[in-house]
Design a protein around this ligand. Sequence first.
Ligand SMILES: [Zn+2]
Length: 207
Amino acid sequence: RHITYEYYINEGEGRRQVCQKFILNTLDVTQKFLLYYTLTNSKEGMAQTEKRTRHYASKYSEAAKNYVREFINKLPVTPSHYARKDSSRFHIPKKDKCIVCVKAENQKDITEEEQEKLKDHILEKKASYRRFAAHQKLHSLNNDTVTSSFDLQKVLNTPHGESMLLYYSRKYAVYNFTIYESSTQDGYCFTWGESDGKKGSDEIATC
Ligand SMILES: [Zn+2]
């Protein structure tokens, strides 16, 4: 018996019929794979009749759906890393922002207790900045002093590139521990691969 398959993609809340070529190109699969998938996943197997549209009754009540929606809305939100802060330029995320500050920025109603805690946190933050600035100045007062800051940088997944093949391949993690000298403005990068050692504070301190 001759069978015609129709292909649909989800578009918003609805669905849109597309041709087979579209599916093949979009999913980057071969026709043979698609046929195999269709046959093995078709509920009626070979008995499916031509051009039949099936309607599934919703399994969940409107009340149940609303309950889930309300629950999701209650979850604390943090903006996407790539959220656009201004419309013209791509926003580069500040990844070293602390969790307390990010949470506070996105919370609408804060209790008095939380407000107090946040105030203390901001005071401590300002004090830290002042301490850091004072330490950075030490070198100009005394040549023997060096002020340095250190941080483990973003994991460099290797190989790095735009190719689709690289996207799906297993990456090798390369770590980069950087020390920066404020006085001399010299930076030192210590790099090692995941097979040499991990990135815990114990490993870094002893290596
Ligand atoms: Zn903070």
